[in-house]
Design a binder for this molecule. Structure first.
Ligand code: GDP
Ligand code: IMO
Ligand code: MG
Length: 470
């Protein structure tokens, strides 16, 4: 069977952590879209591996020693020794992939990563053009990660991309580069950027041919759909790990302030080569934060405070800056990839209803319930008011979305607690007010709760249902 993990908000909901929690019984973990714009954190309390960080807080039941991994391309199941597959829907920067694999090896892991021959390659000119396009957009900039994601998907759609399989055949690689590089040089010219080695066919050919050799030597390339179908036929369990989130989806998100792929569950089928029936008969678990965070520009109707350079003009709530700072600090809300401070807002139910429908969610995890501890009042936007009418889901036009006035429900807060002990004991041990909040969310979107996150650590997850057991 398959379990698909999708982000329900703007990314960074804690998908990597939940993949880690539930991949214990999985055999293969598949990334189906995105690239090294993702940053997925896995924290667990195995002090044996190198690079561990020690953290202790007064409310812990014991002093916790934890090991943290921040993964961009390697699927999060690598931490548990699971085979990882980068599906055809991914855009792969071989340089960052190999650097990540090598760094994990240095820390004592032995990641088994396979890459779809049909996945597209991010080349150095994609990164340069990502930056110059953002600069050219000025006020309309998306605030991308700068990793060449959009330009690589653009080339894929324009049928001039280089695929992983092309790296294995030097003649094909040369032919592709000779066609595409002049396009890229012309575009660089339009943007007024220097073209150096990043736009030189010969240099690119030599470097990427070598990446192809390493992929072949390490036996890393696969026909992903066929590979995964064989594993399913053998009775294995597959986990599909989405990157980004529903509202960053190029079709279903806040276009144009989105990424260039489909993080939603439909992407799990087109991006892996598994049929829609296969993914659809499995579980699809949405991951949400108990509040909102967003990196980059675009609307965020429930935004608290504002972040210079990211919050659009007229957005945010300057009076709530202190509250936003408190939540940002408590939740460690700084980008895993870029280090940028994340924008903070109250939970938005219209957004979650949209995510529940678009993805066909069978369950939800509400993370960061511990982060809100200590607040007197917790708020959630139950609906919006737009043009004098109430609406319970998001408008399709992004500018209309930005004009929505959140209609809040208020909840009594909960106090700091011994979260490790609560997670060990189970759902009923959660503070009563936290349970009221979690149950409100579940009822408002009509999706059952599968887990509640009460800390970054694997062991600080209150598990209600294991989707592989359901
Ligand atoms: P992803 O991109 O969806 O995998 O999420 P990120 O790893 O980018 O961001 C989530 C951050 O929150 C990471 O630092 C996690 O360790 C942390 N985290 C995840 N769940 C929880 C939770 O329930 N409580 C707290 N305090 N931190 C969490
Ligand atoms: P994970 O998988 C949060 C955001 C960027 C920008 C927009 C487009 O860790 O949840 P891109 O580089 O993809 O063209 O940027 O999408 N973004 C993310 N925000 N989490 C992510 O991934 C993101 N990946 C991209 O900040 O606003
Ligand atoms: Mg992330």
């Amino acid at each position: 069977m398959t379990v698909t993990i999708v982000g329900t908000q703007f990314g960074d909901e804690g998908k990597g952590g939940m993949v880690d929690v539930w991949s214990g019984t999985a055999d293969v973990v598949v990334r189906y879209q995105g690239g090294d714009n993702a940053g997925h954190t896995v924290v667990h309390d195995d002090a044996a591996a190198d690079g561990g960080t020690v953290s202790a807080s007064a409310t812990d039941s014991s002093i916790q020693t934890s090991t943290e991994y921040a993964l961009s391309l390697v699927p999060s199941g690598a931490v548990r020794g699971k085979t990882g597959v980068l599906g055809n829907g991914c855009v792969v920067n071989p340089e960052t992939l190999f650097a990540e694999i090598d760094a994990l090896r240095d820390r004592g892991l032995d990641p088994d990563v396979r890459v779809a021959e049909r996945a597209h390659v991010i080349l150095p000119y994609h990164r340069v053009l990502d930056g110059s396009e953002e600069e050219a957009k000025g006020e309309l900039a998306v605030g991308t990660t700068g990793n060449g994601i959009g330009p690589a998907y653009e080339d894929k759609a324009a049928r001039r991309g280089v695929r992983i399989g092309d790296l294995l055949d030097p003649a094909v690689l040369r032919e592709r580069l000779e066609y595409v590089v002049p396009h890229k040089r012309a575009l660089a010219d339009v943007h007024g950027v220097e073209t150096g080695a990043a736009f030189a066919v010969e240099e690119l050919y030599e470097q990427y041919r070598r990446y192809g050799e390493r992929l072949a030597e390490d036996g890393m390339t696969v026909d992903a759909g066929a590979f995964l179908a064989d594993r399913l036929d053998a009775g294995e369990k597959l986990m599909l790990e989405g990157a980004q989130g529903t509202h960053l989806d190029i079709d279903h998100g806040t276009y144009p302030y989105v990424t260039s792929s489909n993080p939603t569950a439909g992407g799990a089928t087109t991006g892996s080569g598994l049929g829609p029936g296969v993914v659809g008969e499995g579980e699809i678990v949405g991951i949400a934060k108990a509040y909102l965070s967003r990196v980059g520009t675009g609307p965020l109707p429930t935004e608290l405070g504002f972040v210079e350079g990211q919050t659009p003009a007229g957005g945010g709530d300057p009076d709530a800056g202190e509250l936003a700072d408190d939540i940002r600090e408590a939740g460690g809300e700084y980008g895993t990839v870029t280090g940028r401070p994340r924008r903070i807002g109250w939970l938005d139910l219209p957004q979650l209803r949209h995510a529940a429908r678009v993805n066909g969610l069978t369950g939800i995890t509400l993370n960061h319930v511990d982060t809100l501890a200590g607040l007197d009042t917790v708020r959630a936007a139950h609906s919006y008011e737009l043009d004098g009418a109430e609406r319970s889901t998001v408008p399709a036009a992004t500018e209309r979305w930005a004009a929505c006035e959140p209609q809040y429900r208020e909840f009594e807060g909960w106090s700091e607690a011994d979260w490790a002990a609560i997670a060990a004991e189970g759902y009923d041990a959660l503070p009563a007010n936290a349970r009221t909040y979690v149950e409100y969310v579940s009822e408002a979107i009509d999706v059952p709760v599968y887990a509640v996150g009460v800390g970054p650590d694997r062991a600080r997850t209150v598990i209600v249902e294991d989707p592989f057991e359901g």
